[in-house]
Design a protein around this ligand. Sequence first.
Ligand SMILES: NC(=O)c1ccc[n+]([C@@H]2O[C@H](COP(=O)([O-])OP(=O)(O)OC[C@H]3O[C@@H](n4cnc5c(N)ncnc54)[C@H](O)[C@@H]3O)[C@@H](O)[C@H]2O)c1
Length: 271
Amino acid sequence: MRHGSLDWLGLEDKVCIITGAGGGIGTAMAMRFADAGAKVVLLDQQEPKVLKAAEAVKQKTGIEPVVQVCDVADPASVAVSARTCLEKVGPCDLLINNAALLRPGSLEEITLSEWNALIAVNLTGYFLCAQTFGQQMRIKSSGAMVHIASISGTHPQGFSGAYSISKAGVVMLSRQIAIEWGKFGIRSNVVSPGMVETEMSSKFYEEPGVRERRSAVIPMGRIGQPDDIADAALFLSSRRANYISGEEITVDGGYTRMLMNLIPRPGYSQN
Ligand SMILES: NC(=O)c1ccc[n+]([C@@H]2O[C@H](COP(=O)([O-])OP(=O)(O)OC[C@H]3O[C@@H](n4cnc5c(N)ncnc54)[C@H](O)[C@@H]3O)[C@@H](O)[C@H]2O)c1
């Protein structure tokens, strides 16, 4: 059977909207949800990327996902996508907010338009999708949302402009959805990845030695892969997480627990 071992997740025939589905983590999540029997709908601003992702899902799972070119920062574009998805596959059961940008820049130098452009996608885009697809969930009194944030939402990452700030906002958006829409049977949770190898981060790994230096500060000793994030999103969306809401799962191989290890303590070090 196609998704026999994944039946325990209870995701069969669930309508699952994934934003930023043309990217590394988005495509991995599309594979995972399709494999679990969900009806996946792939949203992305970049048509070639999302079509490529849809083809990859079809090749791997035999399921042909619905594809929508959508700019999550544009309310009209999100509204059209929501209407089209409703007509094609029915009301949304699961929303995976994932589309985001990362841009370099120090706080003293980034311009207002750079700030606004990033917040528009990374935070306002998450809100717009939650509000619009959440409406379909509220009508049928059930649904689950997973918002992909970042460890940088808790630990500020300098010279990334508004990125860390947007991710901190996503964490609070999720908590607020959990408390306001719990009465509609909607759960809302966050997955916060650490370092993951995708197009967003690929430039970093082009530099000689970066992979080794990064791996050395992660207890698991390796850079995260998109599937690591997809598995956490799959769990939080599933019936196995039926009473979990307003929470955050960090998926970073233990990296953010390394703080105490940075303190020099002669006699207590293995090296
Ligand atoms: N890669 C990492 O190391 C890492 C670490 C922490 C968090 N994250 C988060 O994981 C998520 C996925 O990141 P990724 O690494 O797969 O990135 P990616 O760049 O591979 O994919 C992001 C996708 O979002 C799409 N997108 C961008 N703006 C959009 C818009 N306005 N409307 C619709 N789609 C839009 C892009 O076209 C792209 O396909 C993001 O939220 C990111 O912040 C990634």
